[in-house]
Design a protein around this ligand. Sequence first.
Ligand SMILES: Nc1nc2c(c(=O)[nH]1)N[C@H]1C(S)=C(S)[C@@H](COP(=O)(O)O)O[C@H]1N2
Ligand SMILES: [Mo]
Length: 408
Amino acid sequence: MTLPPQSSTRRRLLAAGLGTAAGLGTFGRSAMAQTMFEQPFANGERRIVAFPEKRPLIVITSRPPQLETPFDVFNDGLLTPNDAFFVRYHNAGIPTSVDPDTHVIKIGGSGAGKSFELRLAELKSQFKPVETVAVNQCSGNSRAFFDPRVTGGQSGNGTMGNARWLGVRLKDVLARAELKNSARQITFDGLDTAVFGGGDFVKALNVDQAMDPDVLIAWQMNGAELPMLNGFPVRLVVPGYYGTYWVKHLSQINVIDSEFDGFWMRPAYRVPDNDCACVAPGTAPTATRPIGKFTVRSFVTSLKDGQRIRTGSNTVVRGIAFDSGKGIREVGVSIDGGQTWRSSFLGEDLGRYSFREFTFAFTPEKAGVYDVRTCAWSRDGVGQPSTAVWQPAGYMRNVIESVKVTAV
Ligand SMILES: Nc1nc2c(c(=O)[nH]1)N[C@H]1C(S)=C(S)[C@@H](COP(=O)(O)O)O[C@H]1N2
Ligand SMILES: [Mo]
C-alpha cells in the first residue's frame, strides 16, 4: 500500500469534535445525554466529555477546553496516560491543526547575541535528547476546596498528571543564542491566541531558572507525540514548577533585558510574597511574587471518601506523593484522623520529579469510621500543613487530606 504524500501523522488535527458537542459550538440534543460527574464540593455537578485524543474527562470549561482527570486514574499507575491527562488553556484561540514539518521555534530578543529559527527536525537532531519523568500540576489544582471559595477554574484534585517527557534541554538551545550579560529573563509564547481579551499567553522565567538542566523543550510524553491539547508539537517542561510555565505549542523564545510584565506574569499567577504564600482568609496580600515551585502533596488513591471496608480484613492504603524535586523521603499514614502516624512503604522511584507510590496496610479491628490521612515529607524535611492555608487566587493547596472510610 502506498501512503499519500503527506501521511496523517505529519499534520496533526484536532478532529471535528471540537467544533461540535465537545467544544466550540452550542450544545445540541446529544449534550443532554452526556454523563454527569459529581465533584466532592458544593455546586460540583460537571459534564464528562471525550474531547479529541482524550477519553471522557471532567469538563471545567469547554471554551477554551479545561479538562480534569477523574481521580480514579491515579490509582491505575504512576504515569498518567496521555488520553487521561488534564488540559488547561486560558484563551479560546487554540490551535486545532499544526504541521510539524513547517512549525518553527523562533529564538531571539534584545538579550540574545544571535537570533535563529529551529524546525522540529532540527530541534530533534541537533541537540542531545533527554528523558525525564515529571509531574505537571496546575497552580489551581484543588482550588474548589478553598474555604472561603475563590474565583477561577473550580478544579478538584485532578488538574495534575505525571508523564515521561522526551525533549532537549532548553539551556542547550539557549547556548546557541549567546546570551548577553544584560539578559534577565526568557519569555515563552505558543501558537494559541487571545480571542476575548486578557492577552496572549506568554510566560517568563529568570535566566537561572531557564538554564536549569532539567528544563526541557519536549515533543513526546509517555512514548508518544504530545496530544494536540497538551501542546503538540512541542512544549516546555519545567519540572518542579507549576504548570503555568509549561508553555504549549511553543513557537517563540525571547531573551529580554528586563523583567517581563505581561498579563500572565502580572497581575496573573502571583502569590503572596511571604513564607507560606498565604494570607488570612478573605484578605488581600500587600506584596506578591510570581508563583514558583510545587508544595509537597500526597493523596490516597485506593480508598474513596465514604467507602465501606471490612472489619477484620486487610485494607490497603495506596497513594501518590510528590514535591518540587527534592524527592519524597517519607509518607506517614494515620488511620485515626492524625492522632498517631506510621511510616508507609515507598514504591518504585521514577525520579525526583515524579509521583512516588506509597502503600500501607491495616486491619480495622472494630466497626466504625476510620479517618485516613497521609503526610509526605520531602528530602529537605518539609511536610504538609494540617490546616489549609488560604490565598485569593486559590493556588498551591497542599493541606493533609482526609479520607473517611467505614468498617462494617
Ligand atoms: N500555550 C499555552 N500553554 C500553556 C497554557 C496556555 O493557556 N497556553 N496554560 C498553562 C497552564 S496554566 C497549565 S496548568 C498547563 C497545563 O498543561 P496541560 O494542558 O498539558 O495539562 O499548561 C500551561 N501551558
Ligand atoms: Mo495552570
